[in-house]
Design a protein around this ligand. Structure first.
Ligand code: PLP
Length: 224
C-alpha cells in the first residue's frame, strides 16, 4: 500500500517536474506523518523516505526518539513559544516561522544553546483569517528582521494554499509566492526551499515553482 502510494506520488512529481524542465531529484518530498504510528513511519523509512513532517511537538518527540537517527524531521505546525526549548536540536527545519515573536524566542534559545536554527518563513498566500503566517506584503520586512537574528538561518518560504476544490485555481497564489522567492535579495537570507504543495495540490505547486512538497494523505491514507 505505502509502496504503491509512494510510486504513484513519485510518478506524478516527476511528470510535474518535467513540465518545468527539472528532475524529480530536485524536489524534496516531506512525508507528513502526523497521526501515523511509528511502525508505519519506519516502513516509509525502509522505502527510502528521509524527510518527515510533524505538526505537534508532543506527538513528534516520542516518534523521533523511536526512529533511526539521521532522518530529517520538519516542524510544520504552529509553534508556541513555550515549546521552543523542546524543538531545538530535534528538527532539521522549522517550516512554520509564522510571526516575529517566534523568531525572537528561537533566537534567544538558539543563542543560549549555541545552535543555529534553520527555518522557512510561513506565508499566508490566501490572506486567510483562519491561517497563520505573514501576509505577502509583510514578507520582505519580516525577512529583514529575521536576518538580524544571528542564530536563525532562513532557508526559504513555506505556504499552505487555501482549500479550493479545483487545484488549478491555485496557480496564481503559487506563482505569486514563487516570484517573491526568486526576487528576494537580503544579505544573510537564503532562498533555497520553496515549500508548497500538499496531497490536493502538489502537482500544480511543483509546476509553479515548488521544490519541496509536504504530502500526508496521498502517502499514508486518510487520517483518522
Ligand atoms: C497535514 C499537513 C500537510 C499534509 O496534508 P495532506 O493533505 O494530508 O497531504 C501538509 N502541510 C501541513 C502544514 C500540514 O499540517
Amino acid at each position: 500500500m505505502l509502496e504503491q502510494n509512494l510510486g504513484m506520488i513519485n510518478e506524478r512529481l516527476a511528470r510535474a517536474a518535467a513540465k518545468r524542465g527539472i528532475s524529480l531529484r530536485e524536489i524534496t518530498l516531506v512525508a507528513v506523518c502526523k497521526t501515523v504510528p511509528a511502525e508505519q513511519i519506519r516502513h516509509a523509512c525502509n522505502l527510502g523516505i528521509r524527510h518527515f513532517g510533524e505538526n505537534r511537538v508532543q506527538e513528534a518527540l516520542p516518534k523521533i526518539a523511536a526512529l533511526p537517527q539521521g532522518l530529517c524531521w520538519h516542524f510544520i505546525g504552529h509553534l508556541q513559544t513555550n515549546k521552543v526549548k523542546q524543538v531545538l536540536g530535534q528538527f532539521s527545519l522549522i517550516q512554520s516561522l509564522d510571526r516575529l515573536k517566534l523568531a525572537y524566542a528561537l533566537q534567544q534559545e538558539g543563542e543560549k544553546l549555541k545552535r543555529i536554527v534553520d527555518v522557512l518563513l510561513q506565508v499566508n498566500i490566501g490572506a486567510e483569517e483562519s491561517k497563520y503566517g505573514f501576509q505577502v506584503e509583510e514578507v520582505e520586512d519580516a525577512l529583514i528582521a529575521v536576518a538580524d537574528c544571528p542564530n536563525i538561518r532562513v532557508q526559504g518560504l513555506m505556504a499552505i494554499a487555501p482549500y479550493l476544490p479545483d487545484p488549478e485555481e491555485l496557480r496564481p497564489y503559487f506563482r505569486r509566492l514563487y516570484r517573491i522567492f526568486k526576487t528576494i535579495d537580503i544579505p544573510g537570507v537564503e532562498m533555497k526551499f520553496l515549500s508548497m504543495g500538499m496531497t490536493n495540490d502538489f502537482e500544480v505547486a511543483v509546476e509553479e515553482g515548488s521544490n519541496m512538497v509536504r504530502v500526508g494523505t496521498a502517502l499514508f491514507g486518510e487520517r483518522a
